[in-house]
Design a protein around this ligand. Structure first.
Ligand code: FAD
Length: 490
């Protein structure tokens, strides 16, 4: 059966590999020259930059993905565990570094808040239960029927999963110290919403970040993409790049062909992994869409971001691989971008310096630096704003590092809302899809199936299970399983 996957990011590649293994004749059609979607990579002068993801969390999800093909992550890339995993910089310029050993983490907590190591144990035991429960069942469900939730005993475990309480309150119940609270609140910022709006279920993220630890694929995050592309090719998947899908042709409620700017591709099944809103609004006629524009307008989107890829002509001693500049008011940043939907007045930002770990991403003596500010999706984007925030970040970096950085910048490229729209057809230029609020979790996500077209499916960060690389990998697996059940190969 001819199966077309629209988009070659993590979800598209994952679905493609699964379906090819099950015997489907799979082609990936990707609009950009390079596959990888938000996880593309580019080289310039003496530097190699990952364009998107940099935090390799939930390592078991990646391993499990490759194991299904009797392979391991180590067949495709070398993974190192970072120690420290990351550091957080506070407004008094005090820094907390998270050790990779759990025993050392307990010692660190004890030093900051006496008595907190026992609380941490309890907090992480609960978080581990949620992680295991989610990974064993919840996260692999297609979210198309509420019966799934009965099947996996979610109602029996509702109290333990803490679906209805707020994550912020959950953290506050355990810890008094403000810095500890901020440290533990940070992982759910990946889910695209404020800790007080996030269900306490998501302490599972803290379990991954603090107990499982932070990993790095040598050569950069894109190594995971190139590994998956190699696996796809080994399984017979054909990959076409620079092919922008412009229309899905439908007859008798069946999609029979897609049209790109150069040609048409016949299909028995279509899996759309590009941004959901774009597929529905640009590639389908209105009678075939699952959702209206009003529906999308009401959804809570994760932030977009302003990014800078910088090449620095010297080493920056005070930075480590992952640095979180929480030296501004977190509540104010959250209010600015989620409630007021403005550019943050005094933003928190993230500085990633992979050249601390990986000599292949910068020449000796130089630093590869990636800066990120989360901003509201749909924010105004122009050169003036980008430059204003660039100067602001460099100033704060220089203050923390105690040295001039501006004059050592030998490569600089920015990326923001307009680029997300142009490169990925991203709704409002979102970076991470939909926020994981309670009513945008599991069965409440945009559906993985098209209700009006019998052979059209969706995958990726805008449907189940949600944003982030591990969920996108899982999303591809979930859709492939569903297709194998509904469209059996004779
Ligand atoms: C800056 C940034 C940092 C991030 N950091 C992390 C992190 O540290 N850890 C983590 O786990 N996650 C992180 N994420 C999130 C993670 O990268 C995404 O959730 C994940 O990559 C999404 O994969 P996807 O396949 O759903 O979508 P995408 O990667 O967007 O793939 C969709 C593909 O569809 C293609 N496409 C779009 N329209 C068309 C069309 N008309 N025709 C053909 N193809 C089309 C796009 O070009 C793209 O290649 C980050 C994201 C960003 C942007």
């Amino acid at each position: 059966m001819k199966t077309i996957i629209i988009g070659g990011g993590f979800a598209g590649l994952s679905a493609a590999a699964q379906l090819a293994q099950k015997g489907y004749n799979v082609s990936i059609i990707e609009k950009n020259l390079q596959i990888g979607g938000r996880a593309r990579q580019f080289s310039s002068q003496d530097f190699v930059f990952d364009m998107g993801p940099s935090w390799y969390w939930m390592p078991d999800v990646f391993e499990k993905f490759f194991n299904q093909f009797n392979k391991s992550t180590s067949d495709y890339f070398d993974l190192v565990k970072l120690d420290p995993g990351f550091q957080m910089i506070f407004n008094d310029h005090k820094t907390i570094s998270i050790p990779s050993s759990y025993t050392k983490l307990e010692e660190l907590f004890e030093q900051i808040e006496p008595g907190s190591s026992n609380k941490l144990k309890k907090f992480m035991n609960e978080a581990k239960f949620k992680y295991d429960f989610s990974m064993d069942s919840l996260i692999y469900e297609p979210g198309i029927s509420f019966n799934e939730l009965f099947k996996i005993d979610i109602f029996k475990n509702l109290v333990k999963l803490q679906v209805f309480s707020s994550y912020k309150k959950h953290v506050a119940k355990y810890f008094k110290d403000k810095k500890i609270r901020t440290l533990l609140e940070f992982p759910v910022l990946f889910l695209g919403t404020a800790p007080k709006e996030t269900p306490a279920l998501y302490s599972l993220m803290a379990y991954s970040g603090f107990v499982q630890g932070t990993y790095y694929p040598m050569g950069g995050f894109h190594k995971v993409i190139s590994g998956m592309a190699r696996l796809c090719k080994e399984l017979g998947v054909k990959i076409y790049t620079n092919e922008d899908v412009q229309k899905i042709h439908i007859h008798n409620n069946k999609a029979y062909q897609i049209e790109t700017q150069t040609q048409t591709y016949a299909s028995d099944i279509i899996v759309a992994s590009a941004d959901y809103h774009h597929i529905e609004n640009k590639l389908l006629e209105s009678q075939y869409r699952n959702y209206s524009e009003k529906y999308w307008n009401k959804k809570v989107f994760s932030p977009s971001c302003l990014l800078f890829y910088l090449g620095i002509n010297k080493k920056l001693k005070k930075l480590i691989h992952h640095n979180l500049f929480f030296d501004a008011d977190i509540e104010k940043h959250i209010k600015d971008i989620y409630t007021d939907k403005n550019w943050p007045e005094n933003p928190l930002f993230y500085a990633c310096c992979p050249s601390k770990t990986d000599p292949t991403v910068a020449l000796e003596g130089k630093e590869n630096l990636f800066l990120l500010i989360p901003i509201s999706p749909g924010s105004e984007d122009n050169d003036h704003l980008r430059e204003k925030y660039f100067k602001l970040m460099i100033k704060r970096l220089e203050k923390y590092c105690g040295e001039n950085i501006m004059e050592s910048i030998i490569y600089k490229k920015s990326y923001c809302v307009n680029d997300f729209k142009t490169d990925y057809n991203a709704y409002k230029g979102n970076a991470y899809g939909l926020a994981n609020t309670l009513f945008q979790t599991a069965n409440f996500k945009p559906s993985i199936i098209n209700k009006n077209v019998s052979n059209l499916y969706y995958t990726g960060q805008l449907t189940v299970p949600g944003p982030g690389v591990p969920p996108s990998l899982i999303s591809g697996q979930v859709v492939a399983k569903l297709i194998a059940e509904k469209h059996k190969i004779k």
